[in-house]
Design a protein around this ligand. Structure first.
Ligand code: ADP
Ligand code: MG
Length: 353
């Protein structure tokens, strides 16, 4: 043992490192037998040093990772290095996640394989917890989007059946009164006309909301046609020039993807009408090799992207968040680019498969 210590010490301070390292280190011969191990290896695995030097790699490695150990021996002697994650088994049978680096060293005058082993059990547990939390968050967002769609459908129907009907009948009443009145004798005529105009505006606003909320019918797969209808409805009621370009578009998208893209267009226009004060909007829909791309570019006031995260959290702003998630749900890409005074561009890419 002492002899070995001094041999290790000869090797450019390697010995110091070996005995004081916070990572476990084992030195293996070409058959995978442990020829030396450091104190940390004993701590980690629960074997004494004397026990360890009577063991081989597979005795301390989970059976699922025996092939990795073979790879370790092979790579270290052929390429001089190795790195992997694996699971070790302690003397008491419990398992620990490890990260292992391998390197070739000269030990006792012979070429040997050194493994440097770090216990990453805690990190793995945290990683798993984080992955679980992310999954949970994704599930919540999916639920939110679903209920968002459901609500949109309900709200759109409710608005039409209730307020929409009432407004239409007010408008008709006003028109009837105006038709029967002798206007010259009626001093409040102007007010009545103004009520009529406001009612017409309210009906238009309501139609707008319905257009922005309007869902696709379930069997409607005509994305281009649906977007075109949507855009012309927007143009009819707003002083905004919308240009729609499509190119390629030979792939038939499934309903879910069609729905997602259509919803993103609606959400982007909800923002444009609400925030942008734009005069022109360009919508491009085109195919690339294996995905469909959509860009929506307005020439409006823009906003500071940096503030978006904070605003989203503080004010529960969800529009952009939901757009992004609709793209991500289909393994797609989403980006929004904007700056004050320079308009806003939304880019979405959704792969065909
Ligand atoms: N096209 C746009 N032009 C200008 N500002 C925009 C545009 N789209 C989004 N924004 C800004 O980003 C913010 C977040 O948008 P969003 O997530 O849809 O939430 P909301 O529309 O409910 O405010 C908006 O409040 C607005 O300040
Ligand atoms: Mg919005």
């Amino acid at each position: 043992m002492d002899k070995k210590k001094s041999q290790l010490r000869d090797g450019a301070h390697f010995g110091e490192l070996f005995y004081s390292s916070r990572d476990a280190m084992n030195i293996y011969d070409e058959n995978g037998h442990i020829v030396n191990s450091n104190p940390r290896a004993s701590d980690m695995l629960g074997y004494s040093h004397d026990e360890l030097v009577r063991l081989s790699g597979p005795d301390i490695i989970h059976p699922k990772y025996h092939a990795i150990f073979e790879q370790f021996l092979h790579d270290v002697s052929n390429k001089g290095e190795f790195c992997a994650e694996a699971i070790d088994v302690r003397k008491d049978g419990s398992a620990l996640n490890i990260e292992v680096w391998g390197t070739r060293i000269l030990y006792d005058g012979k070429p040997r394989s050194l493994s440097v082993v770090r216990d990453i059990t805690k990190m793995k547990a945290l990683e798993n917890q984080l992955a679980e939390e992310l999954k949970e968050k994704q599930r919540l967002i999916e639920k939110l989007i679903q209920s968002h769609d459901l609500n949109a459908r309900q709200i759109s129907r409710e608005l039409h059946d209730t307020i929409g009907q009432t407004l239409t009948s007010i408008k008709m009443d006003v028109e009837n009164i105006l038709a029967k009145l002798d206007l010259a004798e009626f001093p409040l005529e102007k007010n009545l006309i103004s009520i009529g105009n406001k009612t017409v505006k309210a009906i238009r606003d309501l139609k707008d909301i319905n257009v922005l909320l309007h869902p696709l019918e379930f069997d409607d797969l005509d994305l281009i046609g649906s977007i075109r209808d949507f855009l012309s409805a927007i143009q009819k009621s707003h002083k905004i020039q919308v240009q729609f370009f499509t190119r390629g578009m030979t792939h038939q998208l499934d309903h879910e993807k069609t729905f997602a893209l259509y919803r993103i267009v609606q959400e982007a226009f909800t923002n444009i009408l609400k925030h942008a004060h734009a005069t022109r909007v360009f919508v491009h829909l085109y195919e690339k090799k294996d995905y469909v791309a959509l860009t929506i570019e307005d020439d409006g006031v823009g906003f500071e992207i940096k503030k978006l995260e904070a605003d989203t959290l503080r004010d529960k702003r969800l529009g952009i968040h939901i757009m992004r998630n609709r793209a991500i749900e289909h393994s797609g890409y989403f980006s929004i680019d904007s700056s004050k005074g320079n308009g806003t561009v939304v880019v979405v890419e959704i792969p065909f498969v």
